[in-house]
Ligand binder design. Sequence first.
Ligand code: HEM
Ligand code: MG
Length: 216
Amino acid sequence: SEDHSYSPGSVDSRSPCPGLNVLANHGYLPRDGKNISNERMEEALMAGYNMTHPLATFLTSIILPSVGKPGATTFDLTDLRKHNAIEHDVSLTRHDFAQGDNYTFQPEMLEAVLGDTGDGPATAKTFAKSRIRRTKESELAGVPKLSFKLVIVSVFNYGSALLVLGPSGISKEDLTTFFKEERSPLNLPLERRLTLLNYFWQGLRVLWHNYIHKPK
Ligand code: HEM
Ligand code: MG
């Protein structure tokens, strides 16, 4: 069911999450990014990223309570732009909310992330390095510190990228395809099975390098 022919049009709903935008661009989610039910989201995560049902259910369960309108049973990808719900400051490739646009991909921010990887691929360690750099940048700009909840969300964002794109490292080329083109550099559906345990493990690796074993 892979289809690389589609780029989002101006009326399509897209989120600050590259991982979910990829699913819409590949047609696993509605291409217009609108009226997505929990069931539809779970199916897309399972069909596109080969997630187990428990992992897909866990991730999906966060969405409506955080960003859903009262009583809503569906959401649009744009709803995920809601600040300090799941979206947070110190993103790697999106501006902070106070800068006026917390969801559009910023090419020069990706260049800095690629710079943090040196000669090698992006890893838990280089994502932590990027995250520490972004935290300093935001601090200098007077952005308030993230709440504990959003610290956890933010490190798990990069855990998600490692989980999907490659736990042992993501090449600069693959990272660019993912962030800039919002397409999967790996064939979808993914061959690797993604489980809840894998997911928590990848997030913990980023958390470890961010707070305990900090990269130089
Ligand atoms: C960021 C939601 C699954 C990769 C985000 C953000 C949201 C979000 C709201 C914005 C956070 C920010 O301010 O940076 C979700 C939800 C998911 C999900 C609700 C599942 C139901 C995934 C998956 C991947 C992924 C499966 C990997 C393919 C990322 C990355 C970022 C991100 C790398 C950080 C972008 C940056 O820092 O510039 N996600 N996401 N997400 N998400 Fe997801
Ligand atoms: Mg953000």
